[in-house]
Design a protein around this ligand. Structure first.
Ligand SMILES: [Fe+2]
Length: 188
């Protein structure tokens, strides 16, 4: 039987397409496009060039979502209570990233995991196009403060160049290096 997660559907703001590609490249993905479709396609495993599986799609957000995000931003600007709740939620991401909403990717080795973290930091450094739009928010190796497992290293990243959700709040991503083999679960 074949049954698996195939893709994540993401959106970006008009004009941010090149930044989205840059982010995907820094993550180590292969980036393609199929004309005439409007989607940037990121192949998470760059050796698997399937356009329907192993992929993240990103396209410009719809006019309806643009209108929604504009209203959301205006409401945020006019409501201290809403802003505080948003800031508290964002801080919770930083304090407790393993339990906050995100999706994640596995890297093959400690070296490829670390090299990806380094590329993301480089791509978002001072004066770089992704400065302020991409942030490595935490890296946890077993035994580190905030680490919750000895089975993997976890790196958490925030960006607002794309999101599978509400662009105003951005997207959190997780990078993993699996140190120990997966545990086989029992049915719930
Ligand atoms: Fe996770």
């Amino acid at each position: 039987m074949l049954q698996r997660i195939t893709h994540s559907e993401c959106i970006y703001a008009p004009g941010d397409g090149e930044l989205v590609k840059e982010l995907f490249v820094a993550l180590g993905f292969a980036v393609t496009k199929v004309e005439p479709y409007p989607y940037i396609i990121a192949h998470v495993d760059p050796d698997v060039m399937d356009v329907m599986s192993n992929v993240i799609y990103a396209s410009e957000l719809t006019e309806m979502q643009q209108a929604f995000e504009k209203t959301l931003q205006a409401t945020l600007a006019s409501s201290q209570e809403f802003r505080e709740a948003t800031d508290n939620w964002e801080n919770d991401f930083r304090d407790d990233p393993q339990r906050s909403v995100h999706f994640g990717f596995q890297y093959e080795s400690r070296d490829s995991f670390q090299a990806t973290i380094d590329r993301l930091r480089e791509a978002s450094g001072p004066g770089k196009p992704l400065e302020g739009r991409l942030l490595v928010t935490g890296v946890y190796f077993p035994g580190d403060d905030g680490s919750i497992t000895d089975t993997m290293a976890q790196g958490f990243v925030w960006t607002d160049v794309m999101a599978s959700g509400i662009l105003t709040f951005g997207q959190h991503l997780e990078l993993q290096w699996h140190i120990e083999p997966s545990v086989v679960p029992t049915p719930a």
